[in-house]
Each structure stands twice: as C-alpha cells, then as structure tokens.
Design a protein around this ligand. Structure first.
Ligand SMILES: *Cc1c(COP(=O)(O)O)cnc(C)c1O
Length: 383
C-alpha cells in the first residue's frame, strides 16, 4: 500500500484548469480573483467582510496589528494549537499567556481563562485567541460574554474549522469564523487544511473599520483612496499612512482557492463520513475518541485519538506506511516560550493530552480501503 499521510490536499482537473486560466490573465496578482475569492469565502462563512492574505500566520499578524497589539498588550491563548496562534502577539512585542484546555473537548477552557484573568489586576488582559482545535467549534457566544465582561477583544483562530458550526443559545446555527461573537477570525489555505491554495490565508470580520485597516496593512500601509489621503499630487499618488507589510495573496492562488471552495461542502461531508467510521470502529475499544455534543457540527480538520503508549503506536503505524502526527506539542513547553515568566507554568490537562494524542489520516481523498487498513492496524495494537 502507498504511504498514507495524516492529511493532504485534493486536487482535480478543475483546480488545474482554474490555475492555468489565471496564468493567462493580465493580472497575476492584485487582479479580480482576489476580490472574488474574498466575496465567495465571506458568503460561505456567513460574514460581512473577508481579506485574503499570504498565509494564516500573516492573517494572525495583521489581526494583531489592527487591534494595536504592542509591548503593553497581554493576550490569552490555548497551549494546544499551532504556535502561530501565539507568535502573532510576539511579532508585535506583546505578552502571551496560556490557559489550560478542557480535557473533554481539547479546546481552551473558559473557566481556566476566567481564573487566569482574575489572577491579575483589573484591566491587565487585552484579548483572547481561542482556537477551533481539530475543527471542533468553540462556543464563541460564551467566549464573547466572558470577553465583554472583562473588556477584551477576540481573534478566533478558525484555521481548522471552515464549515464547522454550533447552535447558539437561541438555537441559531453559527458558523466558525462568522464574526458574530468575535472582532476577527482567521483561516489558512495550507495544503493540509480544508481549502488549499498552496500558501494562503483569510481574515473575516463584521467590523467595517477593522476591514478597511486590514486591507491597508496587507499592502504596506499604503492607501490610494482619495477620500483617505492627506494630499493628492495626481493619478500616480499614494500615501503610506502607517507601517504595513506585503501580505497579499496572488490571483493564481485565489484561482485555486476559488476552485477548492466550490468543493468545500463535499469535502466536509466526506470528512464527517470518515469520522463516523472511525468513531464506530473505536467505540468500546481502549482507543479514546472525542465525541462532540449534538449542538456542535465538527469540521474534522484532524481526527484525534488518545492512547496509552502513543509513541509505540506512532512507530507501528509508520512501519505500516501510515504517517500519523501529533497535534500539538503544547506551545508553552516549546523552548522559545519557556523563556517567558508568563508561559513557564505547567498546564496539566494540556500536558496529559499531549502524552496520549495522535492524529489519524483524515482527508477527503482517503479511500475506504486505506481507512480500513488504518483502523485494523490501530485496533491490533490497542487490543
Ligand atoms: C495552519 C495554522 C495556522 C497557520 O497557518 P499558515 O497558513 O500555515 O501560516 C495558524 N493556526 C492554526 C491553528 C493552524 O492550524
């Protein structure tokens, strides 16, 4: 059997045709496909505005800039995430604090967040970056209420969860990253994520001011909008009004993103079918799985199990050409973060989870036979 990775992109002829067509267009970047991708993605998520950027990390960095993060800013995030969720605060000189996870969902624990807030003087914290880890939707309404109580902003890291949703207290379906209960949300289009554009990212928001600022920050901090310029020397004129970056996404990448977006629903359906099959296979075994409450519709970027002897299982799978992965090494334990007093403390739930977790193959192109082989190999080990 050929190698089975934990995640990978699905590229078909439509995607290839879309990219070739983009290459033949006069604009390889800053052309019409960028706005089209933004509009269609915003519609998919159910949000007013979307800003396409170079990658998910750039999306986080721009969010931090747009919220005026600096050396006096203190932000809480989850230890079980990709380190970029925390790094964006460090890029701007801010301080990162980690609160522990809920062991049942592996998501940032609201009570732990509140305990951390209360352990510091009033007004100490500025924001929270919760993560829809593995694709399991956060209860953003609850986070919003907490944030309001303490005057904090929220950036929802929804990289794992495009298409995921949950029911709010009014039983209304809310899609991850829809900006209803957060200032900003971000997505990534790295090939292991749901929608691939090579590299790529998106910021979503319902706030028109943040939206305008993000568009300027994405392109150096330059504006060409006559209404916003201080002077105007003529048609060529532009103004650098604050320090931004070149974090643009090309039309070639947006063409691929648009083509992938058309298949997002079918891909999500396939991911959920794969998850159901794993769930059934592992129920009643020693393999621990995460079963979402019925009010949350999981997007399954990852399918995570927890087992004793995780390292041995990882090695056994590898010998069988199955490349599972560990998501994640708790960010607060990484050497870079160990140097800060704010992050040096222990988080027992995150660390206990890390000892046992393993992400099994989960992507729409995974065949039934491949999945059967993965299940057999895991169960033979776990019996
Ligand atoms: C992938 C990912 C990112 C970063 O996205 P890139 O496009 O790789 O820069 C940030 N946060 C989470 C949770 C991710 O999974």
């Amino acid at each position: 059997m050929k190698p089975i990775p934990y995640g990978r992109q699905s590229i078909n002829q439509d995607d290839i045709d879309a990219v070739i067509e983009a290459l033949q267009h006069p604009y390889l970047t800053q052309g019409p496909r960028v706005a089209e991708f933004e509009e269609k993605f915003a519609k998919y998520i159910g949000v007013d505005h979307a800003v396409a950027v170079a990658n998910g990390t750039a999306a986080l960095h721009l969010c931090a800039l747009a919220l005026d993060v600096d050396h006096s800013t203190n932000v809480i995030t989850s230890p079980i995430t990709f380190s970029a969720s925390a790094n964006c605060i460090r890029y701007c000189g801010g301080n990162v604090y980690f609160a522990d996870i809920d062991p049942n969902t592996i998501l940032l624990d609201l009570n732990q967040v509140e305990a951390l807030i209360k352990s510091k003087p009033d007004g100490f914290f500025d924001g929270i970056i919760p993560v829809d880890f593995a694709g399991l939707p956060l209860d953003m309404e609850a986070f919003h209420q907490l944030a309001k109580k303490y005057g904090l902003w929220i950036i929802e890291d929804a990289c794992h969860a495009p298409g995921g949703s949950y029911l709010d207290s009014q039983k209304k379906e809310q899609f991850c990253g829809n900006g209803k209960f957060a200032e900003l949300a971000i997505f990534s289009f790295h090939p292991v994520k749901h929608i691939a554009s090579g590299e790529g990212g998106m910021i979503t928001t319902n706030d028109p001011q943040l939206y305008e600022r993000l568009k300027t920050l994405r392109t150096h901090g330059i504006t060409k909008d006559p209404d916003r310029m201080i002077q105007n020397h003529g048609g060529w004129y532009y103004e650098l009004q604050e320090l931004g970056y070149n974090y643009r996404l090309t039309d070639i990448q947006c063409a691929l993103g648009l083509s992938q977006l058309r298949k997002a629903d079918s891909g999500l359906k396939r991911r959920r079918a794969i998850a159901r099959r794993y769930d059934q296979a592992f129920s009643g075994s020693s393999v621990q799985i995460i079963t979402p409450e019925s009010s949350r519709r999981h997007a399954y970027h990852l399918y995570v199990i927890q087992v004793d002897n995780r390292k041995e299982l990882y090695d056994v799978l590898r010998e069988n050409n199955i490349f599972s992965q560990v998501h994640y090494i708790p960010v607060h334990t990484l050497p870079y973060y160990q140097q800060f007093e704010s992050t040096a403390k222990q988080l027992p739930n995150a660390e206990a989870y890390y000892d046992k977790c393993l992400s099994l193959p989960m992507y729409p192109a995974l065949t039934d036979e491949e999945q059967e082989f993965v299940i057999e190999t895991v169960l033979k080990f776990a019996k």
